[in-house]
Design a protein around this ligand. Structure first.
Ligand SMILES: [Zn+2]
Length: 80
């Protein structure tokens, strides 16, 4: 879950799984996290809905460890 201040700057990121707040300084998160945004379409029961949630890295690791097939992983070719 992301919260923004009145100027639209990122103020807070909260893990939807464990509720931990991830530190944000001057609108910039100091810890990376998993962000999901899904726009459901016509071939679903949620047509027109957008679902969003955020997970800290520990909760992401816990989520993917329960998957029958691990997520695909590839290396970034250009790091910022
Ligand atoms: Zn978490």
């Amino acid at each position: 879950m992301r919260e923004y201040d009145s100027a639209g700057k990122l103020a807070r990121v909260v893990c939807n799984q464990c509720g931990r707040s991830l530190e944000v300084k001057n609108g910039v998160p100091t810890i990376d996290w998993f962000a999901a945004d899904k726009e459901w379409g016509f071939f679903s029961d949620k047509d027109g809905q957008i679902h969003s949630f955020d997970l800290c890295e520990e909760c992401y690791n816990q989520l993917v460890s329960g998957l029958k097939i691990a997520p695909s992983v590839r290396e970034q070719t250009e790091l910022v």
